[in-house]
Every structure is written in structure tokens, then in C-alpha cells.
Design a protein around this ligand. Structure first.
Ligand code: ZN
Length: 686
């Protein structure tokens, strides 16, 4: 493993700034820690609020991530007061946390790590705790102590697994005090603790030990087939994606009965190789390589055994059967090992493995699903490497249950921002590059939805997706090219959409074009173009959306962006109004046909929107100015003044209406038209 230390960057840093620097180096390597795992500390001299000189322990706050950690994420504590606890023989988690809180110097600091005492009881000034893949490969073997001695000799001790807390801190301290020449301590089935007089020494020790473990494992892996022969070969990429896309909504429907989930799909070559091997199923059911993963991954993935991964229908049945068994196992496990007074979590898997096809990971939003994804992408290589050494082994079932339902660990979840109105929901918008489509997309992303942006021009929606993801601070939208007029393009686009977030809850049929001419002047091409986008395009995309929603079986909402012209047509808008009327009529029929499935279909009818609109080209403005006998620059005012409220209509107004109709507030509304026109009495729906 490469050291990222730079003397130049570290120059002049001290105290909490120094531990921030080193923690970020550790966090930058996903093979050391992932998503909030691990912790770090520094011991300094300082003054308390009375001006008294004291020893201070700065420790990583609970729930922060080393990759992005900042000084504000460290908690300063009175070290001498923490050290008084060393003489006690036992302490409950609650008492320990209450005591620690009283030692915190800054009331605004985060809750200190549950491993605070472990850092306090070791004398070194700099301490790092990681869940290194390579070190956990050694600890997660049957003969872990022997293996660790073989790699590190006597300079490293192994402490038996204990859940973090007072007892583990004491056990680590006693181990160190027995042999102060130790250079590091390994926590069995958990991770690594290194220390040093300087930050660099402690960091270097981490890198040195991980490198030694990596070399040892590489030797063991060389020329062996630890997981046995390949039994299920990966399907060819196109076939694999087609199968994954076919089963994704079925899987999502199954696992969303408790609460809807977002899913991410992965089919990296190494993962497929792992999934196809003979011993993989059994080994994936052992447990997580470090208990920290439990909160995200749950104890085991669902492994779908199937003889025919190429046949989506057979696979769907195998998947459903496997899920029934998985949930039963989860319930049995909970009932057998639970502590009194705890409530069972959702019994569905967070990782779903399908040989030949790939992996789905689930979460309340793409971020949560990507944490599970990242953890499992590090888990399967550890399983293989530990098997090459002797036998992949993790903490026992009682310990798994105790950790999974541990309030101290689950507390971290309460630090996350509250769920937004549309988190867990997946929306697809056609014509998303236009003014109205983009406004709808932006509103959905802000409200927490996972959004698939489609448009005939990929570059435009790609740029929009990039901007929205940047603003959201993570993956929340993807761009897909789709020509709604073309059956093949719609099919391909929706296949990609199925794999983007695993399904669909909200479909916004928004793509549209406007061609103007009086009927006697209307060209056949303009007429056919209008029908192909506004009517046929709407039909094709709605069919594809309904297919996904029905496969999921958890309802859905379709919102159709139509026009005021459907209710009150204007001259020269024959092709537009007639094609939009066809769209509207199709939407009403969809509402009738799909209500029993819990799928609602509603419409918004905006009046002219000028701001950034592709529909309102200069040409159309000029043409409308002529039609209404007004000057060109007066067109926008004319449209504003003709409504009862005399207000201009913006794309964001349409987005508000769409979000309302897609939301649970409109749960009992289907087949309805919501005008967004400032009030036009000739266009009142009836
Ligand atoms: Zn840990």
C-alpha cells in the first residue's frame, strides 16, 4: 500500500489540524476505511475555560467520515478524567457515554466516538483505528492468531473480539501494558490499531502493516482457486443487462413492501467471477468482515441460486423463492438472538447477489445504496483471500445480532438529515432538457427523488444531470438518451432507466413539440411530427412506464404535461391541440385502466411559458403576435394579461403542480386536470 504522506503538506500542522490531515490520508484509501468506519485521535496540552492547563484527547466524533473530516468533527475531552475510569472493572455503555459527555470541553462538539476510552487508555499521542481489508483478511480466518503471528511476529498482539465499549478498551489497555514493546494491536474479526509519538510514525505503521498483510495474502492467493471452479459463467454483457433490467422492478417490488427502496446495479468482472464460483454462496452467508458494516449491509446478502440466469422468467421465480427463505431466516435469527425490548428491522436484504448477472444494493436513496455497494465491493475480495489462507470466519451469530441492534451504533443513523418528501421515490421525465422538463427535474431532485432525465439530445440532459448531482452533493440523477417517437429508442432508454435506480414510481410525460399553421396551410409533415411526439411518443413511453410499475406492484403516479389548448384551443394550433388532445384522452383511459393497480394518472395544463422555453421560439412568438394582432415584444404581457390573476406562468409553477400530483397528498386523485394558467375561464376543466 502506497503512503500518501507529504512532509510538505504536513509541515507546520499541529494539534487537531494534524490529526485532520492524517485522518484524511487514511480516509482517502478505501482499503483502509469506508463510509464513517475507523477513528483517530491526538493527545495535546491545552487550557480549559478557567485557564487551567490540562491534557486533552481530541477524538473523531461519532458518525463523521475520515475522507472528508474537518476540525469541527473532532471532540476535545479532559484526558485525566477519562483515565480515572481505568481502575473500574466494568461499565455499561450508557454509564460510559454519560461519563464521557461530562468530560467534553466544548459543548458544541459532536458526540465522541464509542471507542474514546480505547484511545484514552493507550498512552501514545497519535492513534489510528482502521478496518483495513488486508488486516481483516487475516483476522477473518479460523486460525487468525496463528496467521497474524506468522505475518507480524511478536511485535503485534491480537485482542479477542468484543463489541466496542468499556471492556474492549480495558482489554486493549491491559494487552498493551503487559508488553509495552508492541507496535500495534489487532482486534480480532474487527480491525487494526496503530500508534506513534508522531502522526507520521502512527500513519507509517498502518501502511507498513497493511503492506505486509497484502503481500502475505497475495502469496496465498497466487495460483490457487480458493473459491473452487467457476460454476456459473457471466452472461454476455447485453444479455446480462437485459436480464437485470427485466428482474429489477420485480425485486424492487418485493423488497419495498415495508418501505420503498432505491437500488443500484453492479456487474464488475471481478464480482461476476466471484459470484460464479462453487463456494461463493456458502461463504457469503458467513457474516460481514467487520461488524461496522452491519448497519448498512445487514448480516448476509441474498444469494439467488439459479440454473438459468439467462431466462428472466425462471430467474424471477427463483428470486422470489429465495426471498421468502431469506426473510424467514431473518425472522428466525432475530427471534433466537434478540435482546429484550428491541424491534425487528426490515427483514429484506440490502445486498442481492445473482450469479451470471451481478449485484443489486438497496437503500433509502442512491447514497445509502452506494454505501452498501462500496462495502460489498470490498467484502467479496476479503472473503476470497481469507479462504485462500484457511477459512473465512467472522464474529458469531449472537455477536452479529447484538451489534446489529446495538443502540450505540444505530445512533449514527439519527445523525443523518431527515428523509425528504420524495426520498425512496424514482421519477423519470421525458423531454427533460426543455425549460419545463428541467424545472420538474430540479424540483424532484430538491425534494429527494432519484431522477432519470431523458431527452432526444443527450448532451443537454447530461449537463443538467451533472449540475443537479453537484447541487445535491451526490448521485441523484442520471441522463439517458431517448427519442419518444422511436419504439426501439424507448425500449432501450427504459431498460437503462430500470438499471439506473432499480425501478420507477413517478413518470412525467413531458416531451412535446409545437408546430403552428392554420389547418388549410398545415403540412402533412408538421401534422405527423406533432402526432408522433405528442401522441405516439406519449403512448410508447407510458406503456414502458406502466410495465415497470406493474412489475413492481407498489402503485405509481403518472403526470402528463399537456396544455391549456386541450381545453381552450387557439387558432393555428391545430396540430398541437389535436395531438395534445390525443395525449390527454390516452391519459384519462390510463387512469381508468390502472386505478386498480394503485397507479394514478393526472394532468397539468399550463398556459404559455416563455422563460427558456424551446416551444416558444422567435418564430412562434412572431406568429402569435400576428395572430393576436399585437407587437412582438408584447407577446409575454399579452399572455399574462389574458388570465384572471394577470400573472405570468413560469416553468417552476408547472413543476410545483407536477410534484403535488405525484405526491401522497394527491393519493386519492386520478384522472384529474390541474390548470396552471393563472385562471382562464374558457379553459376551466369540465
Ligand atoms: Zn472499529
Amino acid at each position: 500500500m502506497k503512503s500518501l504522506w507529504s512532509d510538505q503538506e504536513a509541515k507546520g500542522l499541529s494539534g487537531v489540524d494534524l490529526v485532520v490531515y492524517t485522518s484524511r490520508l487514511i480516509g482517502a484509501n478505501s482499503k483502509l476505511v469506508l463510509w464513517g468506519g475507523g477513528n483517530s485521535s491526538i493527545k495535546t496540552q491545552g487550557k480549559d475555560h478557567t485557564g487551567k492547563e490540562i491534557h486533552i484527547l481530541w477524538i473523531k466524533g461519532s458518525g463523521s467520515d475520515m475522507r472528508t473530516i474537518a476540525p469541527k468533527n473532532f471532540t476535545p475531552l479532559r484526558l485525566d478524567e477519562l483515565l480515572l475510569l481505568k481502575d473500574r472493572s466494568a461499565m455499561s455503555d450508557e454509564d460510559m457515554v454519560a461519563y464521557q459527555m461530562k468530560c467534553v470541553l466544548d459543548p458544541k462538539a459532536p458526540k465522541p466516538s464509542i471507542e474514546t476510552l480505547l484511545h484514552a487508555f493507550l498512552p501514545a499521542a497519535h492513534i489510528y483505528h482502521t478496518h483495513s481489508d488486508a488486516i481483516c483478511t487475516l483476522t477473518d480466518t479460523k486460525k487468525s492468531k496463528k496467521v497474524i503471528r506468522e505475518v507480524f511476529g511478536d511485535s503485534v498482539a491480537v485482542v479477542d473480539y468484543l463489541r466496542p465499549g468499556f471492556s474492549l478498551s480495558k482489554s486493549v489497555a491491559e494487552t498493551y501494558e503487559k508488553s509495552p514493546k508492541l507496535t500495534a494491536i489487532i482486534l480480532d474479526k474487527h480491525g487494526l490499531i496503530t500508534w506513534g509519538d508522531t502522526a507520521k510514525a502512527a500513519y507509517d505503521m498502518t501502511i507498513k502493516m497493511v503492506t505486509a498483510a497484502e503481500r502475505y495474502t497475495a502469496k496465498k492467493l497466487k495460483g490457487t482457486q480458493a473459491l473452487g471452479p467457476m460454476q456459473v459463467k457471466p452472461l454476455p454483457v447485453q444479455k446480462r443487462h437485459a436480464v437485470a433490467a427485466a428482474i429489477a422492478p420485480i425485486l424492487r417490488g418485493e423488497i419495498s413492501q415495508h418501505k420503498p427502496m432505491v437500488m443500484l446495479y453492479e456487474d464488475a468482472p471481478d464480482l461476476l467471477k466471484f459470484l460464479g464460483a462453487e463456494k461463493s454462496k456458502k461463504l457469503t452467508q458467513v457474516g460481514p468482515f467487520t461488524p461496522d458494516h452491519l448497519m448498512h449491509t445487514r448480516p448476509w446478502p441474498l444469494f439467488v441460486e439459479t440454473k438459468h440466469p439467462e431466462d428472466a422468467n425462471v430467474l424471477a421465480k427463483d428470486l422470489q423463492k429465495a426471498l421468502v427463505l431469506y426473510r424467514k431466516r431473518a425472522v428466525d435469527f432475530f427471534n433466537r438472538y434478540k435482546q429484550a425490548g428491541v424491534t425487528m428491522l426490515d427483514p429484506n436484504p440490502r445486498v442481492i447477489l445473482i450469479p451470471g448477472v451481478g449485484m443489486f444494493t438497496t437503500g433509502k436513496d442512491p447514497r445509502a445504496a452506494s454505501i452498501v455497494h462500496d462495502l460489498y465491493m470490498h467484502t467479496f475480495p476479503v472473503i476470497e483471500a481469507a479462504t485462500a489462507i484457511d477459512c473465512y470466519t467472522t464474529i458469531g451469530l449472537q455477536d452479529i445480532c447484538d451489534f446489529e441492534y446495538w443502540p450505540m451504533e444505530n445512533f449514527k443513523l439519527s445523525l443523518l438529515p431527515p428523509e425528504k418528501a420524495f426520498s425512496r421515490k424514482i421519477a423519470l421525465i421525458t423531454g427533460a432538457a426543455g425549460a419545463i422538463g428541467a424545472a420538474i427535474a430540479e424540483a424532484f431532485v430538491k425534494a429527494g427523488a432519484s431522477v432519470v432525465l431523458t431527452d432526444i439530445v443527450l448532451e443537454k440532459v447530461s449537463a443538467l444531470a451533472e449540475r443537479l448531482n453537484q447541487e445535491a452533493g451526490g448521485l441523484q440523477s442520471v441522463a439517458i438518451e431517448m427519442d419518444v417517437r422511436d419504439e426501439k429508442s424507448v425500449k432501450q432508454g427504459f431498460e437503462k432507466a430500470r438499471l439506473a435506480f432499480g425501478g420507477l414510481d413517478i413518470f412525467v410525460s413531458n416531451a412535446g413539440i409545437a408546430r403552428t399553421a392554420s389547418i388549410d396551410d398545415l403540412s402533412l409533415k408538421a401534422w405527423e411530427d406533432s402526432l408522433s411526439v405528442n401522441a405516439t411518443g406519449h403512448l410508447l413511453t407510458s406503456q414502458a412506464a406502466l410495465k415497470i410499475m406493474k412489475a413492481q406492484g407498489i402503485g405509481g403516479a403518472i403526470v402528463v404535461v399537456t396544455t391549456k389548448n386541450v381545453l381552450a384551443p387557439g387558432k393555428d394550433f391545430g396540430a398541437y391541440s389535436a395531438s395534445k388532445a390525443a395525449q390527454t384522452q390516452l391519459a384519462r383511459i390510463m387512469a381508468i385502466e390502472n386505478a386498480s393497480e394503485g397507479i394514478r394518472v393526472n394532468m397539468v395544463t399550463p398556459d404559455g411559458i416563455f422563460e427558456g422555453s424551446g416551444l416558444w421560439s422567435q418564430e412562434i412568438r412572431a406568429e402569435r403576435a400576428k395572430a393576436h394582432n399585437i407587437p412582438l415584444e408584447g407577446v409575454e404581457d399579452f399572455y399574462a394579461k389574458r388570465n384572471l390573476m394577470q400573472r405570468r406562468i413560469f416553468a417552476s409553477d408547472v413543476a410545483d403542480g407536477v410534484l403535488f400530483l405525484a405526491s401522497d397528498q394527491a393519493a386519492k386523485t386520478t384522472g384529474a386536470i390541474l390548470p396552471i394558467d393563472g385562471g382562464l375561464k374558457e379553459a376551466f376543466p369540465r
